[in-house]
Design a protein around this ligand. Structure first.
Ligand SMILES: *[C@@H]1O[C@H](CO)[C@@H](O)[C@H](O)[C@H]1NC(C)=O
Ligand SMILES: *[C@@H]1O[C@H](CO)[C@@H](O)[C@H](O)[C@H]1NC(C)=O
Length: 385
């Protein structure tokens, strides 16, 4: 039954109109990408990118992306967009990557940077918000990184997510939702999902908070204007339910506690009430929602990585707040060309096999001829004595 009479296409258009697309890059305008992407000049040895769809592809033009061109190099390139905060919104980061050189060791991930990143000087130390995507090195490392930056520290995902290791183009999607859940998809399939709080190693974060608070004395804390204490704290007095299994269920999330009402009588002279509150609660391990999934000033995306053997192609970059939009974008880009890409690869493989076979036969013939020739030479040389 067609519900309210609105045709499906209208619903789709409306849906897409609601999505906010912060960044989208398909490299469809020839060499003009060079006006949008900034190559870092931090090191003269940094490798260069070119626009290419590679040795085999689904569509010669549509599959063009940034390809690494030099072996044994670091690469650093980035593009800017209008800065935004993902506060209270879903954040979807998506792109395609193809290791057609059969990657042996090298990065295939992207980094999302704050707007104040120095693009010209981009390097391994440039602070980022999010690092996402495959990393391959030998037999041991074949993983998808999801590294999030909170409170001046990088936090890796605890769950190991295996990446694709073949030479075809794959679609990687990271979703961070405001309810503190996340999802990683490869080729539109959900590979890992759960809670940011449980699946990242935040122990260090809790410890750091505690020790840094303890090391501060009253006077220091009073002067620290940068402190931005949150409205919610974990309820330190609540205790873990007896049936909670930390092994299976992860760290127990203590319920959130409203900031206790400020009581004038308890206030030490001349001390800001928030500092007072912080001191009062300094022994609790608190984490706020703010810390876990919000990035205030997202403003650039880049490739900052090392490759032993070059040839990787990055394409179809997307940053949006809409999961459905990302899904559709994936379908109309990677979804359209993945089949033809495999077909072309199969045809090339067949041709190569045929050529190799012909070369083998030729060599066999040449070998016979060479054999005769050397026999001939030997004969003559012997004759010279
Ligand atoms: C590269 O970046 C580092 C760290 O930001 C900086 O100290 C160094 O001067 C930069 N090098 C060049 C050549 O700009
Ligand atoms: C979590 O972080 C702590 C503190 O930095 C570290 O000692 C521990 O090894 C980490 N655990 C994992 C699984 O990475």
């Amino acid at each position: 039954m067609a519900a309210s009479g609105a045709p499906l296409w209208a619903v789709c258009v409306l849906r897409l109109a609601l999505a906010t697309v912060y960044f989208q890059e398909e490299f469809l305008d020839g060499e003009r990408w060079r006006n949008r992407w900034v190559q870092s000049t931090n090191d003269s040895q940094l490798g260069h990118f070119r626009l290419s769809s590679g040795k085999f592809y689904g569509h010669k033009e549509k599959d063009k992306g940034l390809q690494t061109t030099q072996n044994g190099r670091f690469y650093a390139i980035s593009a800017r967009f209008k800065p935004f905060s993902n506060k209270g919104k879903t954040l979807v980061i998506q792109y395609t990557v193809k290791h057609e050189q059969k990657m042996d060791c090298g990065g295939g991930y992207i980094k999302v940077f704050p707007a104040d990143v120095d693009q010209k000087n981009l390097n391994g130390k440039s602070q980022y918000y999010i690092m996402f995507g495959p990393d391959i090195c030998g037999f041991d490392i074949k993983k998808v990184h999801v590294i999030l930056h909170f409170k001046n520290q990088y936090h890796s995902n605890k769950k190991s997510i295996r990446c694709k290791v073949d030479g075809f183009t794959h679609l990687y999607t990271l979703i961070l939702r405001p309810d503190l859940t996340y999802e990683v998809k490869i080729d539109s399939q959900s590979i890992e999902a759960g809670s940011i709080e449980y699946d990242w190693n935040l122990t260090s974060l809790k410890k750091m908070e505690k020790s840094s608070a303890e090391s501060k004395d009253w006077a220091q804390a009073k002067d620290d204007k940068s402190q931005d204490w949150e409205k919610h704290f974990l309820d330190a007095s609540a205790s873990k339910p007896s049936d909670w299994n930390s092994e299976l269920d992860g760290d127990w999330p203590a319920p959130m506690l409203q900031k206790p009402p400020y009581q004038d009588g308890l206030k030490p002279e001349g001390i800001d009430k928030d500092v007072w509150l912080h001191q009062k609660m300094k022994n609790t391990n608190y984490l706020t929602e703010y810390d876990l999934s919000e990035f205030e000033n997202i403003g650039a995306i880049g490739l900052e990585l090392w490759q032993v053997r070059s040839g990787t192609i990055f394409d179809n970059f997307l940053i949006t707040d809409d999961e459905e939009y990302a899904e559709n974008f994936g379908k109309t880009t990677w979804g359209e060309t993945k089949g033809p890409e495999r077909e072309m690869d199969a045809i090339l493989a067949k041709e190569e096999m045929k050529k190799a076979h012909e070369e083998d036969e030729e060599e066999l013939l040449m070998g016979k001829f060479n054999g005769q020739e050397s026999h001939f030479h030997r004969f003559h040389r012997r004759d010279e004595f």
